[in-house]
Write a protein that binds this ligand. Structure first.
Ligand code: MG
Length: 302
């Protein structure tokens, strides 16, 4: 995803990594050039964004906080739309907080922002809600133990049990990356074993099928929305000043939290079916980053 040079703030470990770790969405992008062309357009020229801790004020004191999905949302839209949003955020860091809420893992975010063409977030909710972390001034993604404690306890090293239960199930291909508190599969919806979801739910896990492409097994009760709730409470944010932004079903739990929210243009129809009628959700015409800008104006958040 990144094509720019590593900035000086990127850790040596991250900078020396030969390639971005394959993750849920990324694996799909790699195998499907058309999808890649649609979802990961060429980045604008790098401008050298720096980790936010260097100019940080507490998020609770900022005028608004954007809590946004990445693929199709913050990374969606035209080059010009993304450049306008990213430059606006960077010019207003003292009054705008930024939280990534994504299915991607920390390594992906480190490499994405380390390229210098996407603003660093202040906090990260990654791995479909199973990682809650802050960004250090060195560009490291540092899990917040007190917020992850319940996630770790609920997952309880369950990967081997879940893998065994789903081994050989039609329509599921285990992703090669190991995640800390979840298992993720690439999904072929036409071929999916109809008992697979019920099997892992009976074991006490949640299954999240998103964009008809991904089958995530998560600790019960853990997803983007509940983890964003934890972080909002932890940081003492004023809920009416938080904007949640997303485009597919794995964003449903955060768009339904009750904070101002936007389903950006191009959102998955099944997400719109769930949230389109909610008074606190703006259904944007603008695609990706343009939809975020549209919602900030619609809600008068800044
Ligand atoms: Mg998305």
């Amino acid at each position: 995803m990144t094509d720019g040079p590593c900035p000086t703030k990127l850790s040596a470990t991250s900078a020396s990594r030969p390639a971005i770790r394959t993750t849920t969405e990324q694996k799909d992008l790699q195998k499907d050039p058309m999808t890649q062309a649609q979802q990961t357009p060429t980045r604008p020229e790098p401008t050298g964004f720096t980790p936010p801790a260097l100019h940080a004020a507490p998020l609770a004191g900022r005028r608004m906080v954007l809590a946004t999905d990445l693929d199709g949302t913050f990374l969606g839209g035209s080059d010009g739309d993304r450049r306008r949003l990213y430059d606006w955020i960077e010019a207003n860091r003292q009054t705008v907080g930024l939280i990534f809420v994504t299915g991607r893992d920390p390594a992906f975010i480190r490499d994405l922002c380390g390229g210098g063409d996407v603003p660093w977030p202040d906090y990260v909710i990654g791995d479909v809600g199973t990682t809650i972390a802050r960004i250090t001034s060195e560009g490291e993604i540092e899990p917040i133990a007190v917020l992850e404690e319940e996630i770790a306890l609920t997952w309880d090293s369950s990967a081997a049990r879940v893998r065994a239960a789903l081994d050989g199930r039609a329509g599921l291909r285990l992703q090669p990356t190991e995640f800390r508190y979840r298992l993720s599969y690439d999904l072929d919806p036409d071929d999916l074993d109809p008992t697979a979801k019920a099997t892992v739910e009976a074991m006490g896990f949640d299954v999240l099928i998103s964009d008809n492409r991904f089958f995530d097994v998560l600790p019960a009760g853990i997803s983007k929305g509940p983890s964003l709730r934890r972080l909002i409470d932890h940081l003492g944010l004023v809920e009416t000043r938080v904007l949640a932004a997303g485009d597919t079903l794995n964003d449903l739990s955060m768009l339904a939290l009750g904070v101002p929210a936007v389903a950006v243009g191009g959102a998955e129809k099944r997400l719109l079916d769930e949230v389109g009628h909610l008074p606190h959700v703006h259904v944007a015409e603008g695609v990706g980053a343009a939809g975020i800008h549209e919602a900030i104006a619609t809600f008068g958040l800044h």
